[in-house]
Design a protein around this ligand. Structure first.
Ligand code: MG
Ligand code: MG
Length: 255
């Protein structure tokens, strides 16, 4: 069931979105060779607390393998790791790329945003992967107009990426967001125009291209959470939470 948000509810989601954007900005400033993903997680805990928010990821249940709820405030995924990486002792190195996925729950409403950051100087190939994935985010958002369908967002994303000779993930999707981190509709990274749920004002969607430099196949690591490229090649991930309006989509997770 797709939940439409009222003007008042959208205002609260925008507040959550500002907190997420602020958090990502603070984390970006911390990304450098030598910093550990656990240190980034502690920065996230502090910033969320300062803003009266909590992490919707912390203790999130593991639906695939029931043993272990998510132990971090944020997800940190390095190089071939795509999403759901667990912060810990790993120190970033010059030339790495790190995906940081952040959420904030504020007064019961959630915003969700992710960014891929270079660590020091990165290769031209890695730089291009980041640019294409960020471009795919905005291509998908541009299709998020009333009376379009979710398939139009999927198709715009997939086409943007594949025309540039990268691949999109199959197993993970953009998604509705609001009182819950994952709501309907699911919006896959692949799809055909004119298919799926019709977009209507008041819908809120976390739009998230997940792009692989190599083959699209992924695997879950032994920590039961981290999703990585099966072939070990680089991956990137960008995400904004948006609201569908009468006209242009409204990005809630930017300052
Ligand atoms: Mg996210
Ligand atoms: Mg998300």
């Amino acid at each position: 069931m797709i939940v439409l948000k009222s003007t008042r509810e959208l205002a609260l989601m925008r507040e959550a979105g500002r907190i997420v954007a602020t958090l990502l900005q603070e984390l970006k400033a911390q990304v450098r060779p030598g910093v550990t993903t656990g240190e980034l997680d502690r920065v996230a805990a502090r910033v969320l607390k300062q803003h009266g928010a909590t992490s919707p990821f912390y203790n999130y249940p593991n639906h695939v393998r029931s043993q272990r709820p998510f132990p971090g405030m944020i997800c940190t995924s390095v190089n071939e790791e795509l999403v759901h990486g667990i912060p810990g002792k790993r120190a970033l190195r010059e030339g790495d790329i790190i995906k940081i996925d952040c959420g904030a729950t504020f007064k019961g409403w959630i915003a969700d945003s992710a960014w891929t950051f270079p660590v020091g100087q990165i290769s031209p190939e890695a730089q291009r992967l980041l640019e294409v994935t960020e471009g795919a985010l905005y291509a998908s958002i541009a299709a998020a107009r009333p009376n379009n369908r979710t398939g139009d967002m999927s198709a715009a994303l997939q086409q943007f990426v594949e025309e540039r000779d990268f691949n999109v993930v199959r197993e993970y999707t953009s998604h509705g967001v609001g009182r819950h981190l994952h709501e309907d509709p699911q919006v896959p990274n692949v799809g055909a125009p004119g298919r799926g749920a019709k977009l209507r004002p008041g819908m809120t969607i976390a739009v998230e291209p997940m792009v692989l430099a190599g083959n699209y196949k992924t695997r879950v690591l032994s920590d039961q959470w981290t999703v990585a490229a099966k072939d070990g090649k680089l991956t990137a991930h960008f995400e904004h939470t948006i609201a569908i309006t009468d006209g242009e989509p409204d990005i809630l997770t930017r300052l």
